[in-house]
Design a protein around this ligand. Structure first.
Ligand SMILES: Nc1ncnc2c1ncn2[C@@H]1O[C@H](COP(=O)(O)OP(=O)(O)OP(=O)(O)O)[C@@H](O)[C@H]1O
Ligand SMILES: CC(=O)N[C@H]1[C@@H]2OC[C@@H](O2)[C@@H](O)[C@@H]1O[C@H](C)C(=O)O
Length: 374
């Protein structure tokens, strides 16, 4: 029997998501049993660079020179985390087939008259500074075919986690939350449900100066404010049918401030608002899962899996579902997205189209990503 030439190959995935908490990087290996995590790291972003990117995302305005310089610096940061991880794991660049680099989304606008999505982190530089082929720009071909360009991970979830004859849900709770419904007949549905941690992070940073609510401790001190929750839930995005995707362009501090101003929020404690934002994420996620899937196991990944109150509320709001995290499927919940981009790089080099049209609404499945060779 001929041996399969792709078995044993190593790929690297780099993801830095909407939370801007750091750069997730993972080395994965194609084995006979699937795609296996070999090493991973999630170093924090340099604070100055993080602030510059946040400013670009929040102000939605940037000088072209600044944009170019931030793009350069972010790519250098990505190359650095790759080189560091290779050194720590005693692997050489020559052993890696490719890097899949998501880049940092600075604007995602899939629905306007001129849809676009923009990620920074020049893949030429990543290839040059690591000596490894870099695959990047994964979203825009899907958009070119009329798709949302997001979420992309449902295809990876299907490839790794689908089990014939069994319904499963994969729930990523990053800044934005997205669900993948894996149906027993191999059909897949996936979309962004709305805020995961992004509003909680923004509020916590504003009132406590901490970039996130560690272990949900601040939210635990508060009570849900029913009038505020009702108002937040009236956001039209939540009742829109998929395909749909969103980002910090919509769910941000201004979005929250506008709604707080409509209520007499001066009477509410900051902890109550934090608790209500957590409830907003839990309610919007659990409603969408229950709308599209019969009772089944829900496997959570992303930083939200580390928030015990959020996990507790998801289980309570979905009593017929079994909520755990992707560790139960042998993938570290903190690195599912990074490994997904390693997988997307592999798929690109193999020239496999990615089955996403049912998720993103694209007219056809496409080859995703551009290849930058050093
Ligand atoms: N110990 C913890 N307790 C509570 N929340 C946590 C904890 N650790 C991480 N988080 C939350 O997870 C977030 C980071 O999650 P993650 O890295 O999955 O997001 P992301 O990849 O940036 O976002 P996205 O998936 O939307 O692109 C943090 O901003 C924080 O809100
Ligand atoms: C435009 C963009 O960067 N979207 C991210 C974001 O973070 C979570 C959610 O919103 C998801 O739609 C997507 O990331 C993952 C990796 C995806 O494409 O599947």
């Amino acid at each position: 029997m001929l041996s399969d030439p792709i078995i044993g190959n190593y790929y690297i995935g780099i993801m830095s998501g909407t939370s801007l908490d750091g750069i997730d990087v993972a080395i994965a290996q194609r084995t006979r049993h699937g795609f296996v995590q070999i090493a991973a790291a999630a170093p924090a972003l340099d604070n100055k660079l993080r602030q510059q990117i946040l400013t670009i995302c929040q102000d939605k305005k940037v000088e072209l020179q600044t944009l170019g310089e931030v793009d350069f610096q972010f790519a250098c940061a990505c190359a650095h985390v790759v080189n560091q991880l290779l050194e720590d794991s005693r692997l050489s660049a020559a052993q890696i087939e490719a890097i899949g680099s998501h880049g940092q989304t600075i604007f995602h606008s899939p629905n306007g008259a001129f849809p676009f999505t923009q990620q920074i982190g020049d893949a030429n530089l990543i290839a040059a500074k690591t000596g490894i082929t870099c695959v990047a720009d994964f979203r825009r071909m899907d958009m070119a075919y009329g798709g949302q360009g997001a979420p992309l991970v449902p295809a990876f979830h299907q490839a790794l986690f689908a089990k014939s004859g069994e319904n499963r849900v994969i729930l990523n709770i990053g800044g934005i939350a997205n669900i993948t419904i894996l149906e027993s007949d191999n059909k897949v549905l996936g979309y962004d449900t709305g805020p995961g941690n992004t509003l909680m992070d923004a509020w916590c940073e504003k009132v406590n100066g901490e970039c996130y609510d560690k272990n949900g401790e601040f939210a635990f001190q508060g009570e849900v404010l029913p009038a505020l929750l009702k108002l937040l839930l009236s956001e039209p995005y939540f009742s829109q049918s998929p395909p749909k995707s969103t980002g910090r362009e919509k769910f941000n501090l201004q979005w929250l401030a506008k709604r707080l101003a409509q209520l007499d929020s001066g009477l509410n404690s900051n902890a109550d608002i934090q608790r209500t934002l957590l409830e907003l994420s839990a309610v919007t996620i659990s409603e969408q899962i229950q709308l599209h899937s019969a009772a089944c196991a829900v496997f959570v990944c992303g930083g939200g899996a580390l928030n015990p109150l959020l996990m507790q509320r998801l289980q309570a709001l979905m009593p017929d579902y079994w909520v755990s995290d992707t560790a139960a499927l042998n993938i570290d919940p903190m690195f599912v997205e990074a490994i997904a981009f390693a997988w997307l790089a592999e798929q690109r080099l193999l020239e496999n189209t990615i089955p996403l049209k049912a998720v993103t609404g694209a007219r056809r499945d496409a080859l995703l990503g551009c290849v930058y060779r050093p």
